[in-house]
Design a protein around this ligand. Sequence first.
Ligand code: OGA
Ligand code: NI
Length: 374
Amino acid sequence: MVIKNSSELDAASADSNYDREAEVKAFDESKTGVKGLLESGVTKIPRMFYSGELNLTKRSENNSNFTIPIVDLAGIHSNSDLHIEAVEKIGSACQEWGFFQVINHGIPNNVLDEMINGIRRFHEQDSEVRKQFYSRDKKKKVNYYSNLNLFKNNTANWRDTIGFLVAPHPTKPEDIPEVCRDIAVEYSKKIREMGHTIFELLSEALGLNPSYLNELACAEGTSVVGHYYPPCPEPELTMGASKHTDAAFMTILLQDELGGLQVLHDNQWVDVPPVHGALVINIGDLLQLITNDKFISVFHRVLASQTDPRISIASFFINYDDKAEGTSRVYGPIKELLSEENKPLYKDTSVKEFSTHYFSKAIDGDSSLQAFRL
Ligand code: OGA
Ligand code: NI
């Protein structure tokens, strides 16, 4: 059946003969992800990937004047005017967009390019080799999977992921797949350093001492995921990544030149255009919580594309314990930011409690922060 409009899509989804659970189970048991579906020759996407909304709007529906702010970090450590300018730009970006890109951040382009290549090599290697890494076992320090919440969400995304831990309990290099091992280790080290710098700038943008957020341990933990969005034969029926916010304090994202990432701004989906050498920074739910809504954690999504595979690497700054779960450390709105006119909007919560709630909730387009509002 070729689906042409949303009532046909509803009809297809409501088909009583359709056994979603069986389809999802068989897909997961293949251990080769969405890439494996293509390798097996599918020309129609399985129904488990239907996003439920027929997405004909797609790319660059926004011909608006909106663009994600780009912040130049060149010279910020030696020139105080440039430093002040960057901090101001970051402050307004975090309040208005929750997203910005940084250039001249100090990580060389060859490291960024090679990290994208390394993640591509992992996902494009023989399926028999990939399969050995496929797992949903949280105790493993490297996991290859398709759709973290595959069994909970109502729709599956057209993407596969390999994830590993960087701090404070890093995956041992020898456990990282060999095809991307060296670059993964080098990239992770650079991303950690950069994360500390960004938290300094974010602290200043909040009017706090530069070391404030680092002392709060916002950069204590980092996990890295390397996504692969295979070309999709029917890109209007599914999403690369459904609308969501990130749970972490902050995310640093490296995307290749393909595009497809969009941010919800003023009720419009705005493209995050690929800029070679740039990194995308976004505020996560935990930072919105501790800044008492001053900095915003914003919905974003990734469109599926018919042509090339897209690769992106997200580094999440969130503290976790040695079981790779959120720590018991408790966070609430930062006292220095509160006043008579700015009363706390959230109750105190541990990272563990927050992330348990975040991951137990299906991706349904609602914010996980709602449950913690006073
Ligand atoms: C994420 C995410 C965007 C992308 O991993 O949370 O939003 O471009 N990724 O892959
Ligand atoms: Ni995200």
